[in-house]
Design a protein. Structure first.
Length: 141
């Protein structure tokens, strides 16, 4: 998605995507199909065709992309965090998993492809998002 966004939104051929990402062409069709089903990409056949973003770059979040290709954003032992229960000393763990899921979802849903491209081009101070993430997790840089 970022390679297509960086190319101006498309159209970009599958073979060109494979070269840009350094992955085999055979790896891409199922991923691209998932992204089309999620209405994040559109495709155009022909020699001048390829894959294009189906929405504006600032309207596609990392969460949208992750859900399209991987399903749920977080799981514990393959189950949604809200369905997990533990007994004994681990009773508090489900609350932790729910918090991790909520934080992860918020971060991924509030980060767009435009944000990532802008962050990748900016060499300088850390973004507000990175600083906020560090504050929330107690990390310091």
């Amino acid at each position: 998605m970022l390679a297509i966004a960086a190319a101006g939104g498309g159209p970009v051929k599958t073979s060109d995507l494979a070269v840009m990402q350094g992955i085999p062409v055979s790896y891409l069709p199922s991923i691209l199909a998932d992204l089309r089903r999620a209405e994040l990409l559109s495709s155009r056949p022909g020699t001048d065709g390829g894959f294009s973003l189906a929405r504006r770059i600032e309207q596609i979040s990392v969460g949208d992309v992750m859900r399209a290709v991987s399903g749920a954003l977080a799981s514990v032992r393959g189950r949604p965090p809200h369905t997990i229960t533990y007994g004994g000393a681990a009773t508090a763990l489900p609350g932790l998993w729910r918090s991790v899921h909520a934080f992860t979802s918020d971060l991924l849903d509030s980060t767009t492809l435009l944000d990532l491209l802008a962050d990748g081009q900016a060499a300088g101070p850390r973004s507000d998002r990175e600083t906020a993430a560090d504050s929330a997790t107690g990390h310091r840089s």
